[in-house]
Design a protein around this ligand. Sequence first.
Ligand code: SAM
Length: 223
Amino acid sequence: MKKTRIVIVEASIEKVPKKIMKHPAIQKDAKRRGRDPNKILLYLPIHYTALIKHKIPVTKRGRPDILHRILINILDHPLNKKGGLEIYFHTINDEIYWVNPEMRPPIHYYGFEGLMIQLLENGRVPPEGNLILIKRIDTKLDELMRENNRKVYALKKEGVKLTRQNLEKIYGETLVIGGFHKGEYRKDIMKLFDETISLYNETLKASTATCIALTMLYQMKNV
Ligand SMILES: C[S@@+](CC[C@H](N)C(=O)[O-])C[C@H]1O[C@@H](n2cnc3c(N)ncnc32)[C@H](O)[C@@H]1O
């Protein structure tokens, strides 16, 4: 079966920056959960005051929960269970990770956070052993998207309306999803797209957009 390559881009997976580590919002959060402040992910809903105090722009930062929800949707989707997907994500720091399509992600956000910390520190999850669930790969984003002459389609509110016809062409190619909550794709990333595909005339949550696109692909191919 031809596999569709999913690439989630600009996911905000980063540890709390050193600059704001001493801020009470960070200290309190770490203490409440019995964690070392150096071993938690930056999480906007809880660390907002620390970011604002230090004038750190928040547009595309501190929302690792978005990647978490997208991965839950993808990994549980019948299209994935039938072996129809390859899954990768890219972070705001330009790291690229491969995700084992057979992995079952933790449902609880803090469980997911623990995996991401392991991933940032060791480059893979779990840190040792033959079975790899997620690993950092040394590939450039454009090479990943275009490997074997794949076409690159990106989900975006402003784009060609999704129809049966253009759905057919996405199948087996690369489908890009923005792993961020606000703003547009980075300009250098946008340049890599052959076409943008719109699912609805309003902005959707990235996880909703993912689910719609995968379900349509699944129903069309009835794999
Ligand atoms: C919350 S949105 C980012 C906001 C961005 N201004 C937008 O409208 O696409 C996150 C991602 O969800 C997907 N998405 C959101 N709304 C969509 C729509 N109406 N059609 C297709 N994809 C959408 C896109 O991949 C987008 O990058």
